[in-house]
Design a binder for this molecule. Structure first.
Ligand SMILES: Cc1cc2nc3c(=O)[nH]c(=O)nc-3n(C[C@H](O)[C@H](O)[C@H](O)COP(=O)(O)OP(=O)(O)OC[C@H]3O[C@@H](n4cnc5c(N)ncnc54)[C@H](O)[C@@H]3O)c2cc1C
Length: 504
């Protein structure tokens, strides 16, 4: 794999093979994986239909959240799981598909999906190949290298990911869920399970935000930052990028490096956001406390963070501004676009307009369960923050209002109890959980905590649901720990008057 950042030559020792042995030793010391304790379920089949396997959990998505969730569940003794990803192996998530930054924003030392195992960290993986000096010299993690690390994580943990399998629908079937499968890797057309974890990513509880001002513009003239873009074709072209967040800036840089004649950022804000608010206050306390804060407090924080907007990283911004043909136009809200021959005319607030050849939307992703095809037919029955909480004047935020209002176990709640009870078996382990539970199911810093909460809650729910079975196990358990030859029963001594006992 080639990196945009210069990497030193690999050192002779220690090797990746040594590290892999260390991981195996660590897992052995931790007795991983423990025995599967979950009582098997059979499908509620009709008399002459063959019985069907019921999986305890199906994880949709094998990005880092899906993988750490699988690791946590298997470690919790829940081994009857499947993990599906619609992308080919090695192409899960944004890292080598549509992410266009040179390096990760996250500091290199974050432990991400390591789940408490030092040997599973990015640092251990890096040092095993490049040595400690290279680690000390490394500034930020090159983007494709993070994907390489995630591929190694999957391999060394032997996670049972099934690629090229899309879950197209999640449907209730009795007290189970039936998942409809599609894609070239789908081994069957559907599977039955008790619980679903939607580890579906940054846009995994919504969709890319596409402003209505491109509604009339032919698709050949614009793209969202998450789309495939033919950057070489932008050579010599005038490109407009809407927005100035990380993705907007990374796409602008790609266009400039591909030889665009000019790249103009159109930015609604009057000023550049410069402070990464939530990163600044990150702590274990914040992570642990967030779900316990009141609705008003959680809304206050999330609304403030969304309104402040995360700035694009310094390195990414300079990657753009080093080009003399790059421009940042503030207080320039796009109002409309139209085609004039082969030119795009972009109308901007204040009665202004400019012309361009191609438009890139760096407008991010919105959370909106109604946009998820997997939940089609009942997504409107999911309780949202806008159903539950009325913000005080000045804190209104329609985007935040569309976040699902989740239970502590990441499951959806019903807007009207009794309308869709199966929602309590669908866990939203993706960015859509942020308003309810904080940033524990998306960004690198909190995902091991999130996976640990998720596994604990799923284990508890499975146990409580089948309490009768486990009670019977208790009654049936008859393996003696003592064999009967460790002691001898004795008769009590004969009763004697109190004063006799004292003399003796
Ligand atoms: C461009 C970009 C840069 C980022 N940079 C950083 C960063 O530097 N630091 C940081 O902490 N965070 C970063 N993030 C945020 C976050 O870390 C990433 O979004 C990360 O990929 C989240 O991991 P995930 O497992 O939740 O989702 P993903 O990695 O997106 O994985 C989700 C997977 O689900 C699969 N999937 C979805 N729906 C289905 C379905 N119906 N059936 C089957 N498969 C399905 C997808 O194919 C995908 O592989 C970045 C996000 C983006 C978009």
């Amino acid at each position: 794999m080639a990196y945009d950042v210069q990497m030193p030559l690999r050192s002779a020792a220690p090797t990746l093979a040594d590290l892999e042995q260390r991981v195996r030793d660590d897992l052995a010391c931790l007795c991983y994986p423990p025995a599967n304790w979950v009582a098997p379920r059979t499908s509620p089949v009709s008399a002459n239909a063959p019985s069907e396997t019921v999986h305890d959990v199906v994880i949709i998505g094998a990005g880092m959240c899906g993988m750490v969730a699988a690791f946590a569940l298997i470690g919790a003794g829940i081994g009857n799981i499947r993990i599906f990803d619609r992308n080919p192996a090695g192409l899960e998530g944004p890292w080598v598909t549509y992410a266009r930054m040179q390096t990760l924003r996250s500091p290199k030392q974050l432990t991400g999906p390591a789940y408490g195992l030092a040997s599973l960290t990015f640092r251990a993986w890096f040092v095993a190949q490049f040595g400690n000096d290279a680690w000390a010299a490394l500034d930020k993690i090159p983007r494709p290298m993070w994907m390489e690390y995630l591929c190694w994580y999957r391999k060394v943990l032997d996670l049972p990911v099934e690629n090229n399998v899309e879950v197209s629908a999640i449907l209730p079937e009795g007290d189970l869920l039936r998942l409809t499968l599609a894609g070239t890797g789908a081994p069957e057309t559907s599977v039955l399970c008790r619980k679903v974890v939607m580890a579906t990513g940054r846009d995994g509880m919504g969709k890319p935000s596409i402003p209505s001002f491109v509604a009339g513009l032919p698709q050949a003239f614009w793209a969202h930052s998450s789309h495939a873009i033919d950057f070489p074709a932008l050579s010599g072209k005038r490109v407009v990028v809407v927005g100035v967040g990380a993705s907007a800036v990374d796409n602008a840089a790609e266009a400039l490096e591909a030889g665009a004649a000019e790249v103009r950022h159109l930015i609604r804000r009057k000023q550049m956001p410069t402070i990464n608010k939530l990163m600044g206050i990150g702590s274990y306390g914040f992570t642990a406390a967030f779900p316990q804060l009141s609705d008003a407090q959680r809304w206050q924080i999330m609304n403030y963070a969304l309104r402040s907007q995360t700035p694009s990283p310094r390195g990414s911004t300079m990657r753009v501004s080093r080009h003399p043909n790059a421009f940042f136009h503030f207080d320039a809200a796009v109002e409309n676009t139209r085609l004039d021959g082969t030119e795009i005319v972009i109308d901007i607030s204040g009665g202004r307009s400019i012309r361009a050849d191609f438009l890139i939307l760096g407008t991010g992703f919105g959370v909106d369960p109604l946009a998820r095809t997997e939940l089609q037919g009942y997504a409107d029955k999911i309780l949202l923050w806008q159903d539950r909480f009325t913000p005080p004047a000045g804190e209104e935020n329609a985007d935040l209002g569309r976040f699902p209002y989740l239970a502590d176990d990441f499951t959806f709640l019903e807007r009207e109890p009794g309308q869709a009870p199966w929602l309590s078996n669908i866990h939203s382990f993706n960015s859509g959980a942020a308003a309810s539970l904080g940033k524990v199911s998306g960004d690198i810093p909190g995902i091991s905590e999130g996976a640990s909460w998720l596994a604990r809650e799923i284990a508890a729910k499975l146990y409580v649901r089948d309490f009768g079975t486990y009670w019977q196990r208790l009654l049936d358990y008859d393996t003696p720990e003592l064999r009967g030859d460790e002691w001898t029963a004795s008769d009590l001594p004969d009763a004697a008057p109190a004063n006799t006992r004292l003399q003796a």
